[in-house]
Design a protein. Structure first.
Length: 576
């Protein structure tokens, strides 16, 4: 698929790959006639060989083309070319709800109501024309810079045709586990629009709580069992400021028995419209903007019913700069005469355009937060305009042990920190140890359920001595878990390598180096021997070919998996 970048197919010039999935690849392209940017979704070549799948794909594409709705990513055309079948779709430059939660934290009640109103209308429209999405989740809902909401990826949709027959891209349970209804997990054939309502409920749950009700360390089996047989805690467990009416609506939407849920999206939308988002404060955190002259000032955010996500990154930087400027201009004269040495030590505010924010919450709340030994305020709070740097963070609350994180790395955008405080006991002090963690290539790192950092730099985290589960996550290569036993005061360095090195050589009959073309899984890599290659998780069939020569060895099959040491797999092929 990568080789198509730069080519013109059926009057569409392929610009780049913007997504990969189980069905195939999505390209960013430009319509040469209209000079309009579009998205091209192309079927995986293996699936394209299945006539039944092709027929279902065509039927689905035609049905999805009927979904002309401003809140659904549009389908313009279905093309059959020499490179295979693809759909021409609306190109939308936006972030998903998942990305916004990851960067900014949970949404306010007002923001959630406004966003949910739009995607409920979109799904309601799809249901009216006979299309059931079956994979609604935060990662499939886009938030554009202008505030537009777009539902995308109907790749698992079930299309109920006029004569009652159904077309679907798969015959087994499909969807993303956290948002799947009990009947979808059971693989029942008669999954209907009420499964979409369940997924909508779970999506709104995550928007307000900032997380799903499941622990990332849980196995798929245990999560499936909880969905089908167990009890889902209300979102107010993770965010007690959610209006009760919102909690009631969510819990009804995710009832295990489909007959007890809302029976139509219209019913759920009507319930949403009746929710008063001012039952609780819209903004449940104090936002702190650091200023180099006035030290650190704490002020509550102004309430606004305009979703914060509509501002672009540039706009956010300008707003932060204006706040800092006004704070300086309107401050006391004493502030403007701050001792120069004191100004030098106050280095938390960034003076460049790379901004970081830190959202801190604690259980229980009301704890005092210190950053580099400076009192910032009480939890929950948000601290803006920080340098992308490492900080020493302490959280204190009377009657609880102090929580400390040394060299806590902040990255560009919003960084979320949830602190579980432990009550003081008469027991002996808990021994601590240190974990130094790194992902190659860069990724996100968790200790237990707590995210301790992300990026390419090593993360240093103090933990209690004993057993800990460490999880490394890479958006391209998946995740890897490791159980670590730490002795008191022990420091342990762990690097997770998602890719492994493969060294490939080819020799002639005399044993001399003799170049050849490297093929992986039957495709020419356009690399020649000798070569070092970094391969991610997967199974690879590797060989070397050269015109006029025969390779003595058969194809070598390698199974690459993430590991905690960088391994080298040397392969030598002989020509005759």
């Amino acid at each position: 698929m990568d080789k198509l970048v730069g080519q013109v197919i059926d009057n569409y010039k392929i610009l780049e790959i913007i997504g990969r999935g189980g069905m195939g690849v999505v390209f960013k392209a430009i319509d040469m006639s209209l000079e309009k940017v579009v998205a091209l979704k192309m079927i995986d070549p293996l699936l394209a060989k299945d006539d039944n799948f092709l027929n279902r794909f065509k039927t689905e594409a035609k049905a999805l083309a009927r979904l002309e709705n401003s809140n659904i990513v549009g389908v313009y055309a279905l093309r059959d070319t020499e490179y295979g079948l693809f759909m021409v779709m609306e190109y939308v430059q936006a972030k998903t709800i998942s990305e916004w939660i990851r960067e900014k934290g949970r949404f306010s009640s007002a923001e959630t109501k406004e966003i949910a109103r739009h995607f409920l209308k979109a799904i309601g429209h799809a249901h009216k024309v006979g299309v059931i999405h079956r994979d609604i989740k935060p990662n499939n809902i886009l938030l554009c810079d202008d505030g537009t909401v777009k539902v995308m990826d109907f790749g698992l949709a079930k299309v109920v045709q006029d004569h009652g027959a159904q077309s679907t891209v798969t015959q087994i349970a499909a969807g993303t586990l956290y948002y799947m209804s009990p009947e979808q997990i059971k693989g029942l054939k008669n999954v209907d629009k009420r499964s979409d309502i369940y997924a909508i409920g779970m999506t709104i749950y995550e928007m307000l709580a900032g997380r799903t009700p499941f622990e990332r360390s849980e196995s798929e089996f245990s999560i499936q069992k909880q969905i089908v047989e167990g009890k889902i805690p209300p979102p107010s467990k993770y965010n007690p400021l959610i209006p009760k009416a919102f909690v009631k609506m969510i819990m009804k939407a995710i009832e295990k028995d489909a007959d007890k849920r809302y029976q139509t999206v219209t019913d759920m939308l009507a319930e949403l419209e009746n929710i008063q988002v001012d039952e609780q404060p819209v903004d449940d955190k104090t936002r702190v903007v650091l200023d180099p002259k006035t030290q650190m000032k704490t002020e509550p955010k102004k309430k606004s019913f305009k979703p914060v996500y509509i501002y672009s990154a540039v706009g956010f930087i300008i707003i932060a700069a204006l706040i800092a400027y006004l704070s300086i201009g309107l401050g006391d004269k004493k502030d403007s005469e701050t001792d120069k040495d004191e100004q030098k030590t106050d280095t938390l505010l960034t003076t460049n355009n790379i901004l970081a924010s830190l959202s801190i919450s604690s259980e229980p709340s009301g704890a005092t937060v210190f950053i580099n030994d400076k009192n910032i305020g009480s939890t929950p709070l948000i601290i803006d305009s920080l340098k992308t740097d490492s900080y020493n963070i302490k959280v204190r609350l009377s009657g609880y042990n102090q929580w400390t994180a040394n060299d806590y790395r902040l990255f560009e955008g919003m960084n979320n920190l949830q602190v579980p405080l432990k009550p003081v006991t008469s027991q002996a002090p808990v021994s601590t140890s240190t974990l130094v963690l790194k992902a190659e290539p860069e990724g996100t790192i968790f200790i237990g359920n707590r995210q301790v950092g992300s990026g390419k730099d090593a993360i240093r985290s103090e933990v209690t001595a004993g057993n800990h589960t460490v999880k490394f996550v890479n958006t391209q290569f998946g995740e890897k878990l490791l159980n670590v036993d730490l002795s008191p005061n022990q420091t342990k360095n762990i690097t997770c390598y998602f890719q492994q090195k493969v060294t490939i050589q080819s020799l002639n009959k005399s044993g001399d180096s003799f170049w050849g073309n490297i093929f992986i899984n039957g495709e020419n890599t356009n690399r020649t021997t000798p070569a070092d290659m970094m391969l991610g998780p997967g199974t690879y069939r590797i060989t070397v070919r050269k015109t006029g020569f025969k390779t003595v060895e058969s194809d070598v099959v390698l199974n690459i998996q993430p590991a905690f040491e960088l391994k080298n797999h040397p392969l030598v092929f002989h020509f005759e």
